[in-house]
Design a protein around this ligand. Structure first.
Ligand code: S3P
Length: 429
C-alpha cells in the first residue's frame, strides 16, 4: 500500500466490532447451553480463528456476515478435536482457549503462525499447572504449540506478575471447571470484558479494585451451566484509535466515529489524547450488555508531548503504536514508561515502532519499558510491518502527515483485526 499526505478528512464512520469481545462471545457461547446470537461480530482473521477452533471442537457456528449464531453445547459439551487447533496469529484465542481445554476430558494441541509460536505461554502454563492442569509447551521453549491433556482442576489464588487480560481470562475460564473458587490478582486492572460478559452468561464471578495500591482481583466459583445470550458487539476502540489519531493530526479534519466501546479498561487513549491537547467530544454515551459505548467526535488539534506511565498502560497497550505516531508529530517530548509488555505482542513493538519512526526521520530512543519521542516532521519511507497489523495501521496514519510517499510493506496484515481499514479512508476523503 502506497500513501501520501492529505488534508481535510471529513465524515461519519463506524469501525468493526471489538476484537476482544468478539472472541469472548464465541468462546462463552460455545460452552453455554443454547444459542448465542452475536451481531456486529468482527470478521478479522483472529476472531475467525476462534470460530474455526470451536468448530474443530464440535460446535456448530453459523456465520452470515457479521451475524453469528453459536449453538452452544454447555460446559461439558465440547468434543475431542481430530486435528491440531489452529489459532493463526491470535494470542487471545490461544491463551483463553487453553483455560477451557485444561478442563476437558480429552487431549488437544494448539498452534499458530510463526509470530504466535514465539510468544510467551509460560504465563499461562505455570498457573494452569498450579491448578492441576496437564499443559506443556511441545518444543519445551515456553511457547506454542501447546499440548493439553485431561487434568483435575482445583481452585487457586494467583498473584499475576503482569496486568494481562489474557492470563486473567484463561484462569477464570479454567476456574469454571475447578473444584472451588479461583481468583486472580493483577498489579493493575486489565480489560475486564471476561468478567462483564461471563456474568451475563450466568457465571458466579466477582471483581474488586483496590484504588490504594491499584491491584485488581477477579474471582469465579464453579457453576453448573452458562446460558446463551444475545450480544451486539460495540465498535472496537483499538480500531477507532487510528481514525482518532488521523482526525487529530491531519490538518482541517473533523471525524465522527459512531458506536465505539469506551469501557474504562480500554479507553486510556481518550485520556492521553486529551492530555496532549486533542479536541475530542464524547456524544450519546450509553451502556449495552454491561459495556459503555459512545460516539466520538474528533477535530484537528495542536498536540503536545506527554508522559504516559503506570496504571493507564494496560488500558491503552494496543494503541501505543498509534500514540507513538501522534507523539512523533506533536510539539515537545513524549515519554512512554511501564510498557515492557509491548515486547511480547505480535512483534516486539518497542523495536518495530522505534525502527520505523527512525526511518521516517523521527528522533526516538527505545528504553527497556517504552520509548522517548521528540516530536517534529516525518518523511515518507518504506515501513517494515513485520506482518504486525497494528504497526501497518499506525504507520498508515503517519503516512498521511509525512512529506513524500510512504510504502506500507505487507499491508494485507491489517486483515488480522480490521479488514476494511483502507476502505474506511475512502469514506473520509
Ligand atoms: C487482549 C488482551 C491484551 C491485548 C490483546 C487482546 C484480550 O493482551 O494486548 O490484543 O482480548 O484479552 P494481554 O492480556 O496479554 O495484555
Amino acid at each position: 500500500m502506497e500513501l501520501c499526505s492529505i488534508t481535510g478528512l471529513k465524515g461519519k464512520i463506524t469501525v468493526p466490532g471489538d476484537k476482544s469481545i468478539s472472541h469472548r462471545c464465541v468462546m462463552f457461547g460455545s460452552i453455554a447451553q443454547g444459542i448465542t446470537e452475536i451481531h456486529n461480530f468482527l470478521e478479522g482473521a483472529d476472531c475467525l480463528a476462534t470460530i474455526r477452533c470451536f468448530g474443530t471442537l464440535g460446535i456448530e457456528i453459523e456465520k452470515n456476515g457479521s451475524t453469528v449464531l453459536v449453538h452452544g453445547k454447555g460446559l461439558h459439551g465440547l468434543s475431542a478435536p481430530s486435528e491440531i487447533l489452529d489459532a493463526g496469529n491470535s494470542g487471545t484465542t490461544t491463551r483463553l482457549i487453553s483455560g477451557i481445554l485444561a478442563g476437558q476430558p480429552f487431549d488437544s494441541k494448539i498452534s499458530g503462525d510463526r509470530s504466535l509460536n514465539s510468544r510467551p505461554m509460560n504465563r499461562i502454563i505455570e498457573p494452569l499447572t498450579q491448578m492441576g492442569a496437564n499443559i506443556s509447551s511441545i518444543l519445551r521453549n515456553g511457547c506454542a504449540p501447546l499440548y493439553i491433556a485431561p487434568g483435575s482442576l482445583h481452585g487457586i489464588h494467583y498473584d499475576s506478575p503482569v496486568a494481562s487480560a489474557q492470563v486473567k481470562s484463561c484462569l477464570l475460564l479454567a476456574g469454571l471447571y475447578a473444584d472451588q473458587e479461583t481468583s486472580v490478582t493483577e498489579p493493575s486492572l486489565s480489560r475486564n470484558h471476561t468478567e462483564l460478559m461471563l456474568k451475563e452468561f450466568g457465571a458466579d464471578i466477582r471483581s474488586t479494585h483496590d484504588l490504594d495500591n491499584s491491584k485488581a482481583t477477579a474471582s469465579i466459583s464453579p457453576c453448573k451451566e452458562l446460558y446463551g445470550q444475545k450480544i451486539t458487539v460495540p465498535g472496537d476502540i483499538s480500531s477507532a484509535a487510528y481514525f482518532i489519531a488521523a482526525g487529530l493530526i491531519v490538518p482541517d479534519s473533523e471525524i465522527m466515529i459512531e458506536n465505539v466501546g469506551i469501557n474504562p479498561t480500554r479507553a486510556g487513549i481518550l485520556k492521553v489524547c486529551e492530555d496532549m491537547g486533542g479536541d475530542i467530544t464524547l456524544l450519546n454515551e450509553r451502556v449495552q450488555g454491561g459495556e459503555k459505548i459512545a460516539d466520538i467526535l474528533v477535530r484537528t488539534s495542536r498536540l503536545h508531548g506527554v508522559t504516559i506511565q503506570g496504571d493507564i498502560i494496560p488500558t491503552l497497550i494496543d494503541e501505543i503504536p498509534v500514540i507513538a505516531v501522534m507523539a512523533a508529530v506533536a510539539e515537545g517530548t513524549t515519554v512512554i514508561k511501564d510498557a515492557a509488555e509491548l515486547k511480547v505482542k505480535e512483534t516486539d513493538r518497542i523495536e518495530t515502532i522505534c525502527d520505523n519512526l527512525k526511518s521516517m526521520g523521527c528522533n526516538v530512543t527505545p528504553t527497556p519499558d517504552g520509548m522517548i519521542i521528540s516530536g517534529g516532521k516525518l518523511r515518507g519511507t518504506s515501513i517494515h510491518t513485520l506482518l504486525d497489523h497494528r504497526i501497518a495501521m499506525a504507520f498508515s496514519i503517519a503516512a498521511l502527515v509525512a512529506e513524500g510517499n510512504t510504502k506500507i510493506l505487507d499491508s494485507k496484515c491489517v486483515d488480522v483485526s480490521y479488514p476494511e481499514f483502507y476502505d474506511t479512508f475512502e469514506d473520509l476523503l
